[in-house]
Design a binder for this molecule. Structure first.
Ligand code: NAP
Length: 324
């Protein structure tokens, strides 16, 4: 038996229950991992509330790092004692130990701490595909990134700086603005009191930006579209304030032949070769000192509900870890 957070019904943080569960031995193609750190992500709150459907009862959580305890038949490239991390399903990362499909586990290079990997796998690989694949950003590009002091946001600040990209970041407070700027965000806008469309227009000499990365959704719509230069790209990758209304394609025409996409990490990292290549690029930046895991909050795993309250209450910056 092991301990895990499980949900039997959707709802507020109180539905997160700390329970004893059987962990079992890995079957063919699987590995059992003992977690040393678990990453908290906004998507976990969508699963908890039912905004994204899970078959209940269910485990929860999509990101963790730890040590392989045992491997099942046919697993050739992992062995007991290997340090690994993962991002993505099946859900169930909020546990002391679990069985995972071995092809989802990424071996950690020497020099990458498990806690840093647990903080970076989901958020960092998200920035990898947003900045390097959804659109391949180049030095000199100017972008707008919402919630720049959040988990994904603080990785984005650093990655933009490493690429020579000018990032304009929106944030909920002056304290968050200072954190984002200290990590490479060129300009910050406190969108809880400033009109971010006007500020972006002023900062870009009226031109607008090439790409808007929007993980906030409802509250930043349709302002995000108004920040784009003609033929710019709106990347809606999350909805921490709720889902925006269905997109009327005419809005893209009226604002200058815009593009829109609604990507997910799980599509970009579906093939193992892609997952490993994306992780390699991120680890290389970390080992070069250009990207640092910003773990600004930790909670005991058993107190995951408190972590959810902090994240949904806009009380966190950077990454939050749950520690078994
Ligand atoms: N599609 C993908 O592949 C993918 C992958 C990873 C994450 N995501 C998405 O990326 C976004 C960021 O994820 P994260 O885990 O790093 O979370 P996070 O940014 O650390 O937390 C969410 C942030 O959203 C902002 N926010 C604005 N309005 C809010 C509201 N009404 N309630 C709560 N927060 C609000 C807050 O920052 P301020 O106070 O500064 O406004 C808050 O800190 C989420 O939408 C998530 O779903 C998508």
């Amino acid at each position: 038996m092991t301990k895990a957070i499980r949900i039997h019904a959707t709802g507020g943080p109180e539905v997160l229950a700390w329970e004893s569960v059987p962990v079992g031995d890995p079957g063919p193609g699987e590995a059992r991992v003992r977690h040393t750190a678990i990453g908290l992500n906004f998507i976990d709150t969508y699963h908890r509330t039912g905004a994204y459907k899970l078959q209940l009862p269910s485990g929860i959580g999509l990101e963790a790092a730890g040590v392989v305890e045992a491997v099942g038949a046919g697993v050739a490239d992992l062995k007991q004692g290997d340090r690994v991390a993962y991002c993505g399903g099946p859900v169930g990362a909020y546990s002391e130990a679990r069985v995972m499909p071995a092809d989802r586990l990424v071996p950690l290079p020497e020099g990458i701490a498990e806690r840093d990997a647990a903080a970076m796998m989901l958020k960092g690989l998200t920035v990898q595909y947003l900045f390097r694949q959804t659109k391949r950003l180049a030095a000199g590009d100017t972008i707008l990134f919402h919630a720049a002091a959040g988990g994904v946001g603080l990785v984005a600040c650093q990655w933009a700086k490493a690429l020579g990209v000018t990032m304009i970041g929106t944030v909920g407070s002056d304290d968050k603005a200072a954190v984002a700027r200290s990590l490479g965000c060129a300009h910050t806008i406190v969108y809880t009191r400033e009109d971010f469309v006007e500020r972006v227009r002023a900062l870009t000499g009226g031109k607008g930006v090439a790409v808007v990365y929007d993980g906030v959704g409802k509250d930043t719509f349709p302002g995000s579209l108004d920040c784009l230069a003609p033929r710019g790209l709106w990347v809606l990758f999350g909805a921490s304030s709720g889902a925006p209304p269905a997109l009327d394609m005419g809005m893209l025409a009226a604002r200058g032949s815009l593009y829109a996409t609604r990507p997910t990490l799980f599509t970009y990292a579906a093939a193992r070769a892609d997952l490993l290549a994306m992780a390699r690029e991120m680890f290389d930046l970390m080992l070069a000192g250009k990207l640092k895991a910003e773990v600004n909050q930790t909670f005991p795993l058993a107190e995951a509900a408190a972590a959810h309250r902090a994240l949904e209450g806009r009380g966190t910056t950077g990454a939050t870890l749950l520690l078994p």
